[in-house]
Design a protein around this ligand. Structure first.
Ligand SMILES: *Cc1c(COP(=O)(O)O)cnc(C)c1O
Length: 468
């Protein structure tokens, strides 16, 4: 039987098929619906039994391009405000294609000196971008969830050391439970990280700062981990990071800060006060696939004492692999993954292409857009803003005349469903202080004031049709 892969791989042609679709697709993002419900019928075309003999490269790529460009969520466009979803800058997109073209294993120098060097530079640039001093190091990981895992894994190793234990070699058995304290802003992914690290998601005790101090008093000198939250997802609000750093200093705690998107407040003089004191943290988790606008999957952890990364994530015991500290080693020794994609390429490219000034300008444009949205909400009699707007999220709900207070949650749930089925925009529902609300987040470089205007017009139309 013929081996279809020996039938000259037409990789160049296949890439051209994608490149040819790319231009029109990218051009369409400005106006296309976020979700085209009619196109979702195409998804049926993906299934069926595993083909015995394949359809070949060209036909298969064409099929996936057709289905994907029609039925994919246009979340890299300017009108997706659910979750916190960045787009992809042109330089990052091209560099990401290049990462696939070159298919480097960014494990270490032994697999790719090129990917290793790009990553070394990219981590250094991220450190500089956020104003951290030269001693800081970091790890590029798949997401902020993994960045939380990475930072809290270092915290775990530190905490074990305080108990005279080597948790990296011996695990947690025989130790007390690691005390983890945070505010109610703690993100579900920090809990998930603790769950993966064996502490359990319920390891976190949440309280306000006075409550955290009381709890630390009660621990009577036992080591503990604090999680500060720089950017809460409902409103974009911040824990007082400097005050948490004071607590950490007073009680000898490890301070981990989840700054998945909020770390980017450091880029503008208008918002840098929100992260004041962050350089006093021990570890910081953030996302690149949100406000840095690089493709998935991309997050990063920054660590004040980067040697801890090697201690926590080194992988000794395989004679064919270089040990930590070996010049043939590389970034896999300093993070939770081993073989990894060269996710540094888009980070490097976007920072090289647009620089600190470009990112400051983008963040400030988003701050302006959030204030613009805030004003439009405030000016609409049937909309009610539920929180201040310190950063890039506007939390509000509909409160149309004739809907009684006790019916507002139900009304806003129906409004949320109407926005989804309308498909022109996406802005998901949340519950903020007991009220069902929308909380659009603006972090995509493509979003403009006219998108925001049309978003509010659309929401107001849908309020009317939901009332009727
Ligand atoms: C998005 C987010 C996360 C998780 O990020 P992923 O990249 O989805 O893993 C963690 N913390 C905060 C505050 C977030 O906004």
């Amino acid at each position: 039987m013929a081996d279809p892969l020996l039938d000259v791989a037409l990789a160049g042609d296949a890439l051209r098929q994608v490149a040819e679709a790319a231009g029109p697709y990218l051009d369409s993002l400005a106006g296309r619906p976020v979700l085209d419900h009619d196109a979702l019928g195409l998804l049926a075309g993906l299934g069926g039994a595993l083909p015995e003999s394949g359809a070949g490269t060209a036909g298969t790529v064409a099929r996936l391009v057709d289905i994907g460009t029609a039925a994919g969520t246009a979340s890299s466009g300017p009108r997706f405000y659910h979750l916190v979803i960045g787009g992809v800058t042109p330089a990052a997109l091209a560099a990401d294609w290049l990462a696939s073209l070159l298919d480097q294993n960014a494990y270490g120098r032994v697999s790719s000196p090129f990917a290793t060097e790009v990553e070394t530079v990219a981590v250094g640039w991220l450190r500089e971008l956020f104003g951290l001093s030269t001693g800081w190091g970091g790890a590029l990981v798949a997401s902020a969830t993994f960045a939380n895992f990475t930072g809290l894994g270092c915290a775990t190793q530190w905490w074990g050391e305080r108990h005279g234990a080597d948790t990296v070699s011996d695990g947690l058995a025989g130790l007390p439970r690691m005390p983890v304290l945070s505010t109610p802003y703690v993100h579900a992914s920090a809990r998930k990280a603790l769950q993966m690290l064996g502490h359990g998601r319920n390891a976190v005790h949440t309280a306000d700062l006075a409550g955290i101090r009381r709890r630390l008093d009660a621990l009577d000198g036992q080591p503990a981990v604090l999680i500060g939250n720089a950017g809460e997802v409902n409103t974009g609000d911040f824990d007082p990071i400097a005050a948490m750093a004071d607590l950490a200093a007073d009680y000898g705690c490890w301070l981990h800060v989840d700054g998945a998107f909020g770390l980017f407040a450091a880029l503008s003089p208008r918002t840098e006060h929100l992260v004041a004191g962050i350089e006093r943290a021990d570890s910081i988790a953030a996302d690149a696939h949100k406000w840095l606008n690089v493709p998935y999957e991309s997050g990063f952890a920054l660590i004040k004492d980067p040697d801890r990364l090697g201690t926590a994530y080194g992988m000794p015991g395989a004679p064919y692999l270089p040990p930590v500290g070996d010049p043939a080693g590389g970034h896999a020794m300093f993070g939770p993954e081993s073989s990894r994609r060269a996710r540094a390429l888009p980070i490097w490219a976007t920072l090289a292409a647009y620089g600190r000034d470009g990112y400051r300008a983008m963040v400030e444009r988003h701050l302006d857009l959030a204030q613009h949205l805030k004003r439009l909400v405030d000016d609409a009699p049937e909309l009610e803003r539920l929180a201040e707007v310190p950063l890039c999220i506007v939390c509000f709900r509909a409160r149309p005349e004739g809907v009684p207070e006790e019916g507002l949650d139900e009304f806003n749930r129906r409004l949320g469903a109407a926005i989804v089925s309308d498909g022109r925009f996406l802005a998901g529902l949340t519950v903020h202080e007991g009220r069902v609300a929308l909380r659009p987040a603006i972090v995509n470089w493509r979003t403009t004031a006219s998108d925001i205007d049309l978003f509010v017009t659309t929401v107001r139309e849908l309020v009317v049709s939901t009332t009727g």
